[in-house]
Design a protein around this ligand. Structure first.
Ligand code: AMP
Length: 175
């Protein structure tokens, strides 16, 4: 089962990047090419019946499976980035996260209005980042087709914040 396969390689790093945070290190997943394929296929399986026009991946770990997934779906990938990284015109959203505050940006021509956008990141914690991404997508006239995360920190109740955008919240392993 994909959840067990993922749990067997994801590493807990205590007190990173701040005291009290248990950081879920996903880098071992990327060392296993077969597991990367299984992760992508698990997303594809759960996306059956969900039309997706664009995958939006959140910087930076959301770029990795984000592009794999978009490519597998045969749709464009667009990056949602930290401030000051995107070179073209942007829309920006500030938000709170588990350890601090931040903002994210997306290119104004990332997709056409009316596009069904799947938002992807490696991990769902409080949901603040993905919620901000949902707001950016909506601001550009997109429709949030759903969310796809490798990991869900269920005790932080991030899913509850995202339901305003879509009930279609895919997570492959929960803690
Ligand atoms: P949040 O906005 O609280 O849902 O936080 C999600 C974002 O922060 C994602 O981009 C994650 O990669 C990162 N993140 C938050 N908490 C953790 C954690 N415990 N381990 C690894 N990454 C985390």
């Amino acid at each position: 089962m994909i959840s067990d396969r993922l749990k067997s390689v994801i590493r807990d790093i205590p007190d990173f990047p701040k005291p009290g945070i248990i950081f879920k290190d996903v880098t071992p997943i990327f060392k296993d090419a077969q597991l990367c394929t299984e992760v992508t296929e698990a997303f594809i399986e759960q996306l059956k019946g969900t039309p997706v026009d664009v995958v939006a991946g959140i910087e930076s770990r959301g770029f990795l499976f984000g592009l794999m997934l978009a490519n597998r779906l045969g749709v464009p990938f667009v990056p949602v980035r930290k401030p000051g990284k995107l070179p073209f015109s942007i829309v920006k959203k500030a938000y709170e996260l588990e350890y601090g505050s931040a903002s994210i940006e997306i290119h104004t021509d990332a997709f056409e209005p009316g596009s069904r956008v799947l938002i992807h990141d490696d991990l769902l914690a409080t949901g603040g980042t993905a919620e901000a991404a949902g707001e950016l997508v909506t601001e550009l006239g997109g429709i949030v087709a759903g969310f796809a995360f490798v990991i869900n920190l269920d005790f932080l109740k991030g899913k509850e914040r995202l339901r305003a955008f879509s009930d279609n919240i895919i997570t492959l392993t929960d803690y």
